[in-house]
Design a protein around this ligand. Structure first.
Ligand code: HEM
Length: 243
């Protein structure tokens, strides 16, 4: 087995470990964070079903971002929805046999990469061009955008310009899953794609990208607006009451 293959296999095992353990820890931590007050942003739903509908609108159409800023909404939504299609298309590298619906969405995923990259370019341009935003932008804001843009561009180069051996690539990843390491393809562009993906996986649990699971723990979005019907008692206060 070549050194390159061993390095890439080790890199992906480590990145997966950091991603899974880091994310599990963060989600556990979020779930234990007290929400002592009822603070849903009004107008807010007054039933649990209403909260589910509100969260669904946040996740699918980014409702509050739409109300806040149309430019960020356009680019943000293009990027996220494009990336979703791209990632679903990527499932073909990790499962066998490939179901019919996954074959069907392949072309959509392929061209969704344009949506993804245009969205990211818009979000990055905003950080340079809008004075107020440039002033509050930190290096990590730029790092995440540049990293995901790098993944998108190297992916598109592989798809549209310098192809790689997809069968060999799938054999490598299926080998990782079944603990039977196989040679990694050697083309520099796909290797750059994979290095950046592993880096993204490793830093995801300590990055701003945690807004993805974090959204579901946001009291201003996930609480029912019923303080007149039900008295809200924080978990720690309820324990004191029982004493
Ligand atoms: C271990 C994980 C990944 C593997 C093995 C992988 C592999 C690949 C391969 C082989 C291609 C070329 C497809 C072709 O030639 O038809 C590609 C394209 C692409 N990848 Fe990835 N990739 C991974 C993760 C990601 C992630 C996390 C993103 C986005 C954040 C991404 C974004 C893209 C894009 C935008 C394209 C071009 C459009 C397409 O063909 O789907 N990739 N990737």
């Amino acid at each position: 087995m070549s050194t390159l293959t061993m390095v890439f296999a080790g890199m992906f095992y480590l990145a997966t470990l950091l991603l899974v353990v880091g994310l599990a820890f963060k989600i556990y931590d979020y779930s234990r964070t007290p929400a002592p007050l009822v603070i849903p942003t009004t107008p807010a739903p007054t039933t649990q079903a209403g909260v589910v509908y509100r969260m669904a609108k946040e996740v699918v159409v980014f409702e509050s971002l739409f109300k806040a800023n149309k430019w960020i909404w356009v680019f943000g939504w293009l990027f996220h929805f494009g990336m979703l299609l791209v990632l679903v298309r990527h499932l073909r590298y990790f499962i066998n046999p490939i179901p019919e619906w996954l074959v069907f969405i392949q072309p959509f995923g392929k061209y969704a990469s344009f949506m993804m990259v245009i969205g990211l370019a818009g979000l990055l341009a905003r950080r340079f061009l809008v004075d107020r935003v440039r002033y509050i932008s930190t290096p990590s804001d730029f790092l995440m955008l540049v990293l995901i843009l790098g993944i998108g561009i190297t992916g598109m180069l592989t798809t549209f310009v310098a192809h790689t051996d997809i069968v060999a690539l799938k054999t490598f990843f299926m080998g990782l899953i079944y603990l039977d390491v196989q040679p990694v393809p050697q083309e520099p562009i796909i290797l750059a794609h994979l290095v950046m993906v592993a880096l993204l996986m490793a830093i995801f649990p300590i990055s701003k990208l945690l807004h993805a699971p974090g959204l579901f723990f946001s009291p201003t979005r996930n609480q029912v607006d019923n303080p007149r019907e039900r008295r809200h008692i924080a978990a720690w206060a309820a324990r004191l009451d029982q004493k």
